[in-house]
Ligand binder design. Structure first.
Ligand code: P6P
Length: 333
Protein backbone atom coordinates (compact mmCIF):
# COMPACT_ATOMS: atom_id res chain seq x y z
CA UNK A 1 0.00 0.00 0.00
CA UNK A 2 1.44 3.41 -0.96
CA UNK A 3 2.35 5.31 2.18
CA UNK A 4 1.73 9.08 2.39
CA UNK A 5 4.47 11.10 4.09
CA UNK A 6 3.84 14.13 6.30
CA UNK A 7 5.27 16.34 3.54
CA UNK A 8 2.93 14.94 0.89
CA UNK A 9 -0.04 15.18 3.28
CA UNK A 10 0.70 18.84 4.03
CA UNK A 11 1.20 19.74 0.34
CA UNK A 12 -2.13 18.12 -0.53
CA UNK A 13 -3.87 19.78 2.44
CA UNK A 14 -2.50 23.15 1.26
CA UNK A 15 -4.12 22.58 -2.15
CA UNK A 16 -7.44 21.67 -0.50
CA UNK A 17 -7.68 24.26 2.26
CA UNK A 18 -7.13 28.01 2.25
CA UNK A 19 -6.05 28.00 5.89
CA UNK A 20 -2.74 26.29 5.14
CA UNK A 21 0.00 28.29 3.47
CA UNK A 22 3.63 27.41 2.74
CA UNK A 23 4.80 29.11 5.94
CA UNK A 24 2.47 27.01 8.13
CA UNK A 25 3.47 23.89 6.23
CA UNK A 26 7.16 24.70 6.85
CA UNK A 27 6.47 25.37 10.53
CA UNK A 28 4.74 22.02 11.03
CA UNK A 29 7.57 20.16 9.25
CA UNK A 30 10.18 21.91 11.41
CA UNK A 31 8.31 21.01 14.61
CA UNK A 32 7.90 17.42 13.38
CA UNK A 33 11.64 17.22 12.67
CA UNK A 34 12.38 18.53 16.17
CA UNK A 35 10.07 15.87 17.63
CA UNK A 36 12.06 13.25 15.72
CA UNK A 37 15.21 14.50 17.45
CA UNK A 38 13.47 14.51 20.84
CA UNK A 39 12.28 10.95 20.20
CA UNK A 40 15.87 9.93 19.49
CA UNK A 41 17.14 11.50 22.75
CA UNK A 42 14.27 10.05 24.80
CA UNK A 43 14.81 6.55 23.36
CA UNK A 44 18.50 6.50 24.35
CA UNK A 45 17.59 6.81 28.05
CA UNK A 46 20.52 6.02 30.32
CA UNK A 47 22.71 5.26 27.29
CA UNK A 48 22.47 8.89 26.35
CA UNK A 49 23.12 10.11 29.89
CA UNK A 50 19.91 12.13 29.62
CA UNK A 51 17.97 10.69 32.54
CA UNK A 52 17.59 12.24 35.96
CA UNK A 53 17.26 15.79 37.21
CA UNK A 54 18.81 18.84 35.64
CA UNK A 55 19.19 20.36 39.15
CA UNK A 56 17.20 23.42 37.95
CA UNK A 57 13.58 24.59 38.32
CA UNK A 58 11.19 25.85 35.65
CA UNK A 59 8.69 28.73 35.91
CA UNK A 60 6.23 26.30 37.47
CA UNK A 61 8.65 25.67 40.32
CA UNK A 62 9.03 22.09 39.11
CA UNK A 63 12.45 20.45 39.16
CA UNK A 64 13.45 20.06 35.52
CA UNK A 65 14.58 16.73 34.14
CA UNK A 66 17.58 16.78 31.83
CA UNK A 67 15.32 15.75 28.98
CA UNK A 68 12.94 18.66 29.70
CA UNK A 69 15.79 21.07 29.10
CA UNK A 70 17.18 19.15 26.10
CA UNK A 71 13.74 18.95 24.46
CA UNK A 72 13.15 22.66 25.01
CA UNK A 73 16.50 23.54 23.43
CA UNK A 74 15.81 21.24 20.45
CA UNK A 75 12.52 23.01 19.71
CA UNK A 76 14.02 26.51 20.15
CA UNK A 77 17.05 25.82 17.92
CA UNK A 78 14.98 24.10 15.22
CA UNK A 79 12.50 26.97 14.95
CA UNK A 80 14.53 30.17 15.36
CA UNK A 81 16.14 30.37 11.86
CA UNK A 82 13.29 29.30 9.55
CA UNK A 83 11.63 32.72 9.18
CA UNK A 84 8.17 31.30 9.92
CA UNK A 85 7.87 32.45 13.55
CA UNK A 86 7.59 35.81 15.31
CA UNK A 87 8.26 34.29 18.77
CA UNK A 88 7.95 31.16 20.90
CA UNK A 89 6.65 30.29 24.38
CA UNK A 90 7.32 27.18 26.42
CA UNK A 91 6.25 25.60 29.69
CA UNK A 92 9.96 25.52 30.52
CA UNK A 93 10.55 29.26 30.09
CA UNK A 94 9.16 32.12 32.21
CA UNK A 95 9.02 34.62 29.36
CA UNK A 96 8.51 34.37 25.62
CA UNK A 97 11.54 33.78 23.34
CA UNK A 98 12.07 36.35 20.61
CA UNK A 99 13.56 35.34 17.23
CA UNK A 100 17.28 36.36 17.19
CA UNK A 101 17.76 39.59 15.20
CA UNK A 102 20.03 37.79 12.67
CA UNK A 103 16.99 35.82 11.45
CA UNK A 104 13.77 37.10 9.76
CA UNK A 105 10.54 37.09 11.75
CA UNK A 106 7.52 35.21 10.43
CA UNK A 107 3.75 35.30 10.79
CA UNK A 108 3.20 32.64 13.48
CA UNK A 109 3.57 32.18 17.23
CA UNK A 110 4.54 28.73 18.53
CA UNK A 111 3.77 27.50 22.04
CA UNK A 112 4.83 24.14 23.42
CA UNK A 113 5.23 21.85 26.35
CA UNK A 114 8.47 20.29 25.13
CA UNK A 115 8.24 17.12 27.18
CA UNK A 116 4.96 16.56 28.97
CA UNK A 117 4.72 13.83 31.58
CA UNK A 118 8.40 14.08 32.40
CA UNK A 119 7.89 12.42 35.81
CA UNK A 120 7.54 9.25 33.70
CA UNK A 121 10.87 9.65 31.89
CA UNK A 122 12.99 7.76 34.39
CA UNK A 123 10.57 4.82 34.51
CA UNK A 124 10.23 4.35 30.74
CA UNK A 125 6.54 5.29 30.46
CA UNK A 126 5.22 7.13 27.36
CA UNK A 127 5.73 10.92 27.34
CA UNK A 128 5.19 13.55 24.68
CA UNK A 129 5.55 16.99 23.14
CA UNK A 130 2.46 19.22 22.83
CA UNK A 131 2.37 22.26 20.51
CA UNK A 132 -0.01 25.02 19.53
CA UNK A 133 0.23 27.53 16.65
CA UNK A 134 -1.29 31.02 16.64
CA UNK A 135 -1.11 33.85 14.11
CA UNK A 136 1.06 36.76 15.19
CA UNK A 137 -0.97 40.01 15.30
CA UNK A 138 -0.67 42.12 12.09
CA UNK A 139 1.86 44.94 12.03
CA UNK A 140 3.60 43.80 15.19
CA UNK A 141 7.20 44.88 15.78
CA UNK A 142 8.61 43.04 18.75
CA UNK A 143 6.20 40.36 20.01
CA UNK A 144 5.10 40.59 23.63
CA UNK A 145 3.47 38.08 25.98
CA UNK A 146 0.18 39.88 25.35
CA UNK A 147 0.34 38.83 21.66
CA UNK A 148 0.18 35.17 22.79
CA UNK A 149 -2.92 35.66 24.95
CA UNK A 150 -5.42 34.56 22.28
CA UNK A 151 -8.32 32.13 22.90
CA UNK A 152 -7.95 28.52 21.76
CA UNK A 153 -10.35 29.17 18.88
CA UNK A 154 -7.58 31.30 17.33
CA UNK A 155 -5.24 28.30 16.94
CA UNK A 156 -4.38 27.56 13.30
CA UNK A 157 -2.79 24.22 14.16
CA UNK A 158 -2.26 21.97 17.17
CA UNK A 159 -0.62 18.62 17.74
CA UNK A 160 1.40 16.32 19.88
CA UNK A 161 4.10 13.72 19.49
CA UNK A 162 3.84 10.68 21.75
CA UNK A 163 7.09 8.83 22.51
CA UNK A 164 5.87 5.32 23.29
CA UNK A 165 6.31 1.86 21.77
CA UNK A 166 5.87 3.75 18.51
CA UNK A 167 6.66 7.43 18.05
CA UNK A 168 3.56 9.10 16.64
CA UNK A 169 2.62 12.63 15.60
CA UNK A 170 -1.05 13.64 15.90
CA UNK A 171 -1.92 16.82 14.03
CA UNK A 172 -4.88 19.06 13.21
CA UNK A 173 -4.97 22.22 11.11
CA UNK A 174 -8.71 22.51 11.57
CA UNK A 175 -9.50 19.90 8.92
CA UNK A 176 -9.81 16.78 11.07
CA UNK A 177 -7.22 14.88 13.11
CA UNK A 178 -4.53 12.79 11.42
CA UNK A 179 -1.86 10.52 12.87
CA UNK A 180 1.64 9.84 11.53
CA UNK A 181 3.96 7.06 12.68
CA UNK A 182 7.73 7.62 12.64
CA UNK A 183 9.50 5.22 10.26
CA UNK A 184 12.84 5.11 12.02
CA UNK A 185 14.70 3.42 9.14
CA UNK A 186 13.63 6.10 6.65
CA UNK A 187 13.46 8.89 9.25
CA UNK A 188 10.07 9.97 7.88
CA UNK A 189 6.61 10.50 9.34
CA UNK A 190 4.08 8.21 7.58
CA UNK A 191 0.30 8.81 7.61
CA UNK A 192 -1.20 5.84 9.47
CA UNK A 193 -4.62 7.13 10.66
CA UNK A 194 -6.82 9.69 8.86
CA UNK A 195 -9.70 11.69 10.31
CA UNK A 196 -9.62 10.12 13.79
CA UNK A 197 -12.97 10.12 15.60
CA UNK A 198 -13.55 9.77 19.36
CA UNK A 199 -16.46 7.38 20.16
CA UNK A 200 -19.29 9.48 21.65
CA UNK A 201 -19.90 7.14 24.58
CA UNK A 202 -17.41 5.27 26.71
CA UNK A 203 -16.83 3.00 29.69
CA UNK A 204 -13.38 4.37 30.53
CA UNK A 205 -12.38 7.32 32.69
CA UNK A 206 -8.99 8.84 33.47
CA UNK A 207 -8.38 10.77 36.70
CA UNK A 208 -5.84 10.83 39.55
CA UNK A 209 -8.05 9.28 42.29
CA UNK A 210 -5.59 10.22 45.06
CA UNK A 211 -6.85 13.82 44.83
CA UNK A 212 -10.51 12.89 45.37
CA UNK A 213 -10.85 14.61 48.76
CA UNK A 214 -9.81 17.90 47.11
CA UNK A 215 -12.38 17.86 44.29
CA UNK A 216 -15.62 19.87 44.25
CA UNK A 217 -18.57 17.68 45.42
CA UNK A 218 -20.20 17.31 41.95
CA UNK A 219 -17.02 15.70 40.61
CA UNK A 220 -16.79 13.45 43.69
CA UNK A 221 -20.42 12.37 43.13
CA UNK A 222 -19.81 11.76 39.43
CA UNK A 223 -16.79 9.50 40.06
CA UNK A 224 -18.68 7.65 42.82
CA UNK A 225 -21.42 6.89 40.26
CA UNK A 226 -18.80 5.50 37.86
CA UNK A 227 -17.36 3.32 40.63
CA UNK A 228 -20.89 2.06 41.52
CA UNK A 229 -20.94 0.44 38.07
CA UNK A 230 -23.99 -1.42 36.81
CA UNK A 231 -25.54 -1.48 40.30
CA UNK A 232 -25.43 2.34 40.37
CA UNK A 233 -27.27 5.12 38.53
CA UNK A 234 -25.17 4.71 35.37
CA UNK A 235 -26.28 1.08 34.96
CA UNK A 236 -22.94 -0.03 33.49
CA UNK A 237 -19.47 -0.89 34.75
CA UNK A 238 -16.59 1.50 34.07
CA UNK A 239 -12.83 0.98 33.82
CA UNK A 240 -10.16 3.43 35.01
CA UNK A 241 -6.86 4.29 33.37
CA UNK A 242 -4.36 6.96 34.56
CA UNK A 243 -0.90 7.12 32.93
CA UNK A 244 -0.13 10.54 34.47
CA UNK A 245 1.10 11.61 31.05
CA UNK A 246 -1.55 13.76 29.36
CA UNK A 247 -0.30 12.95 25.84
CA UNK A 248 -0.57 9.19 26.47
CA UNK A 249 -3.99 9.45 28.17
CA UNK A 250 -5.38 11.69 25.41
CA UNK A 251 -3.92 9.42 22.70
CA UNK A 252 -5.75 6.43 24.20
CA UNK A 253 -9.00 8.42 24.35
CA UNK A 254 -8.55 9.59 20.74
CA UNK A 255 -8.28 5.94 19.70
CA UNK A 256 -10.91 4.20 21.87
CA UNK A 257 -12.90 6.87 23.71
CA UNK A 258 -12.91 7.84 27.37
CA UNK A 259 -13.11 10.91 29.55
CA UNK A 260 -9.96 12.63 30.89
CA UNK A 261 -10.36 14.77 34.01
CA UNK A 262 -7.99 17.05 35.91
CA UNK A 263 -10.57 18.92 38.07
CA UNK A 264 -10.27 22.14 40.03
CA UNK A 265 -8.59 21.57 43.37
CA UNK A 266 -10.07 23.02 46.57
CA UNK A 267 -6.55 23.44 47.96
CA UNK A 268 -5.83 26.33 45.59
CA UNK A 269 -8.97 28.30 44.57
CA UNK A 270 -6.77 30.96 42.92
CA UNK A 271 -5.21 28.52 40.47
CA UNK A 272 -7.72 25.74 39.80
CA UNK A 273 -6.49 22.52 38.26
CA UNK A 274 -2.94 21.62 37.30
CA UNK A 275 -2.86 21.75 33.53
CA UNK A 276 -1.84 24.85 31.58
CA UNK A 277 -4.28 26.51 29.22
CA UNK A 278 -2.01 27.81 26.46
CA UNK A 279 0.15 24.78 25.66
CA UNK A 280 -1.69 21.79 27.13
CA UNK A 281 -5.46 22.36 27.41
CA UNK A 282 -5.93 24.48 24.26
CA UNK A 283 -4.04 22.26 21.78
CA UNK A 284 -5.58 19.10 23.23
CA UNK A 285 -9.04 20.72 23.17
CA UNK A 286 -8.65 21.62 19.48
CA UNK A 287 -7.60 18.06 18.66
CA UNK A 288 -10.43 16.52 20.72
CA UNK A 289 -13.11 18.77 19.18
CA UNK A 290 -11.77 18.14 15.67
CA UNK A 291 -12.17 14.41 16.44
CA UNK A 292 -15.82 14.87 17.48
CA UNK A 293 -15.23 15.04 21.23
CA UNK A 294 -15.78 17.80 23.79
CA UNK A 295 -13.39 19.79 26.02
CA UNK A 296 -14.47 22.00 28.91
CA UNK A 297 -13.11 23.53 32.11
CA UNK A 298 -16.34 22.48 33.84
CA UNK A 299 -18.10 25.78 33.13
CA UNK A 300 -17.66 26.35 29.38
CA UNK A 301 -15.71 25.48 26.26
CA UNK A 302 -11.94 25.44 26.86
CA UNK A 303 -11.29 26.96 23.44
CA UNK A 304 -13.42 30.01 24.36
CA UNK A 305 -11.49 30.85 27.57
CA UNK A 306 -9.96 34.35 27.25
CA UNK A 307 -6.34 33.93 28.49
CA UNK A 308 -5.01 36.35 31.11
CA UNK A 309 -1.55 34.85 31.78
CA UNK A 310 0.86 32.83 29.65
CA UNK A 311 1.20 30.02 32.21
CA UNK A 312 -2.31 30.05 33.64
CA UNK A 313 -3.85 26.77 34.72
CA UNK A 314 -7.39 25.49 34.08
CA UNK A 315 -9.46 22.48 35.08
CA UNK A 316 -9.79 20.03 32.17
CA UNK A 317 -12.57 17.59 31.26
CA UNK A 318 -12.24 16.22 27.74
CA UNK A 319 -13.03 13.20 25.57
CA UNK A 320 -16.18 11.31 24.58
CA UNK A 321 -18.86 13.93 24.11
CA UNK A 322 -21.66 12.11 25.95
CA UNK A 323 -19.51 11.47 29.03
CA UNK A 324 -18.14 15.02 29.18
CA UNK A 325 -21.75 16.23 29.23
CA UNK A 326 -22.60 13.89 32.12
CA UNK A 327 -19.72 15.01 34.33
CA UNK A 328 -20.05 18.74 33.71
CA UNK A 329 -23.46 19.37 32.20
CA UNK A 330 -21.52 20.97 29.33
CA UNK A 331 -23.26 20.40 26.02
CA UNK A 332 -20.36 20.74 23.59
CA UNK A 333 -19.41 23.42 21.08
P1 P6P B 1 -0.50 13.94 38.50
C1 P6P B 1 2.40 15.67 33.74
O1 P6P B 1 3.17 16.24 34.78
C2 P6P B 1 1.07 16.41 33.70
O2 P6P B 1 1.28 17.76 33.45
C3 P6P B 1 0.16 15.78 32.65
O3 P6P B 1 0.87 15.25 31.59
C4 P6P B 1 -0.57 14.69 33.43
O4 P6P B 1 -1.87 14.43 32.92
C5 P6P B 1 -0.64 15.27 34.84
O5 P6P B 1 0.40 16.25 34.95
C6 P6P B 1 -0.43 14.22 35.90
O6 P6P B 1 -0.65 14.83 37.15
O7 P6P B 1 -1.03 14.87 39.56
O8 P6P B 1 -1.35 12.71 38.32
O9 P6P B 1 0.96 13.61 38.61
Amino acid sequence: MKRVSLTQYLVEEQRLHQNINAELRLLIEVVARACKRISYSVSKGALGEVLGSAETENIQGEVQKKLDVISNEILLEANEWGGHLAAMASEEMETIRQIPSRYPMGEFLLLFDPLDGSSNIDVNVSIGTIFSVLKAPEGMNQPTEQDFLQPGTAQVAAGYAVYGPQTMLVLTTGNGVHCFTLDREMGSWVLTQSDMQIPASTKEFAINMSNKRHWHPPVQRYVDELLAGETGPRGKDFNMRWIASMVADVHRILNRGGVFMYPADLRDPQSPGKLRLMYEANPMAMIVEQAGGAATDGKGRILDIPPTKLHQRVPVFLGSKEEVEVVTGYHGA
